[in-house]
Design a protein around this ligand. Sequence first.
Ligand code: FUC
Length: 785
Amino acid sequence: MKGAAVGAAALTAGTGPWAAAASAAESVADRPADRPAEPSDELRLWYTAPAADWEREALPIGSGALGAMVFGTLASERLQFNEKTLWTGGPGARGGYDFGNWRGPRPDALADVQRRLDAETKLDPDTVAAELGQPRIGYGAHQTFGDLHLDVPGAPATTPADYRRSLDLRDALATVTYTHQGVAHRREFLASHPDGVLAGRLSADRPGSVTCTLRHTSPRTDFTATATGDRLTIRGQLADNGLKFEAQIRVRHEGGTLAANSDGSLTVTGADSVSFVLAAGTDYADTYPDYRGADPHAAVTATVDAAAAKDHPALRARHLRDHRTLFDRVALDIRQTAPADVPTDQLLKGYTGGTTAADRALEALFFQYGRYLLIASSRAGSLPANLQGVWNQSTTPPWSADYHVNINLQMNYWLAEAANLPETTAPYDRFVAALRAPGERTAKEMFGSRGWVVHNETNPYGFTGVHDWSTAFWFPEAAAWLTAQLYEHYRFGGSTDYLRTTAYPLMKSAAEFWLDNLRTDPRDNTLVVTPSYSPEHGDFTAGAAMSQQIVHDLLTNTLEAAKTLGDAPAFRKQLADTLDRLDPGLRIGSWGQLQEWKTDLDGPTDDHRHVSHLYALHPGRQIEPGSEWADAAKVSLTARGDGGTGWSKAWKINFWARLRDGDHAHKMLSEQLRASTLPNLWDTHPPFQIDGNFGATSGVVEMLLQSQFDVIEVLPALPASWPDGSVRGLRARGGATVDVTWAAGRATRLVVTAARTRELTVRSTLLSGGQQTFRAIAGRRYVFG
Ligand code: FUC
């Protein structure tokens, strides 16, 4: 009944489908009856040749703390692997900082720059960096742990015709299969979060035909590798900062013999199958100021021994249950059909911009790949996903494979709540919480103020100061931006306890920093951030749009939270008064654009990749669709164009979706696939940078469901190229899970599952008047259409 009023009917009361799924999933083959089987080929990356190139071709698996890149090389399988905390730098590193390093510039340098900006309105970045910057020392970089090689003597010299290398996103399994001399060989690799190990198995369909040598190599020299019994131990200490690291590998074999070699390798000969488990760790701890915990030996030994006590099928079953509990929550059907004979690199090459069912298969795969990658690189118990997730083959990776916080780390988590993976934010929360102590020290020493601060980028060792790269060093707004995700976690999940204990203390401290640091702009008496630098672009000014919008967002969220939690009226009043006087960072310029700076400096031909002044549109919620600001944002976005680096294109998907232009959002998705995606579907800046993958998945969600204004908006930006389809399991703020089916571009069925008892407002063309508000009961499903 198109457009007719359909009463919200509670169908089932219960604890929600995912709780039921988790307890019912005794066997991995089990699937609750209301969950359709998904065509698994559509959720698989596959190739017909081994990977030659780490960045472009190898396939990622990860458990959050551990990651590996699988090459599928015939004669010597290569698993490049990582442990997330293996970082050089930090206090105690050679030339490392002692948290006094950024006592900063001359005590009056900041005030000088502020005075000059009052008088001159802008200053070039080099001038400001000469005043406020200082060399960055002891920053460090994420390190590869090395490669585990599995040498297979007698492997075919050329790639067999039936060779297949694949990554199944539902199973989180990387497999390699081929037939050689009549024997079918299979390799399977996984990264298990519940068991904390990388695990693999080599098998064949003829008994006795698996022989292989396991050995470890690394570009580092500060370790020893020893083999005893079925165990290979790699142990060392980073020369740079003394961080201790250890990995242990244990091998099992069915049939054949095992030998430990004096060169630190293990050889299995003539087995029916060989399996291994690998655990790794360091003595890193996220505790200021020393950042060291227990020697990793005991934990690595316990983990690897516990995993080695299980056989591979048992590890695999536990891994599948864990992964699918998260992954299976969301299914996207845009009438995609993956042609059975077209490998993923060819699917990408043949992509025509979304006009065919094969194109849609790539788009749906890319969407789910973002979810897969977040599960693989962000689980509780380690650091959050860095610029490369958890995958890094180098000792000097691009940008140190660090945590850039002038957009990149934040973008990594844009999908987490709405794409139904809220558990993946646990490491992010912990990381942000750990920045507070060093960030308060930096606020005190550099700014003489309360609160905490962090600038353009950071590392696991509390680097919260500045350096002197003039166009990318000054960004004290980063702390405020980082806390926005914490408040989103509350808005989606609704736990007041989480708000009180985790989010609010960090938000409040970030707000205190700005209460102390906003200055009165002599031009108009408003409160502004100064000096202010719109990320990586233009001159230093006072009150650039993004600075103002971020602070506006922070103070708005903090005031809301303070009311919810009943914080002191005097503090609430201070927040409200400050918001009243704050320049909101929204201004329309001479050519109808949303201004990037407080004075009208925007060039209509400027195509810079950062579109910072649209923060208020996304990820913020200051600009409502249909407003004059939205029109101005559209002018700016149109002028910036459809180019940019991978993450920039991904951001533009989100922007266009928020502007309710599904076709342009889809255009940006197709630009990203066409120009900024590698054959293994990693996003490329270039080089590989994972934020673009995460940002694109977030953008697709924004096309299908939005809730930033506390109204559940169904199909707000559906593109013409997805006329029919369905999506299951997206989350909305207010604690609801939404399934939508649509046909000919209009919703035909809507299921809202309430996680909390509260009033919900749903907007959809399916509802009479376009909108319905009802009191939802926790655990019930409300079906429309
Ligand atoms: C920001 C971007 C760069 C790059 C870097 C890691 O500084 O401006 O393009 O993505 O982060």
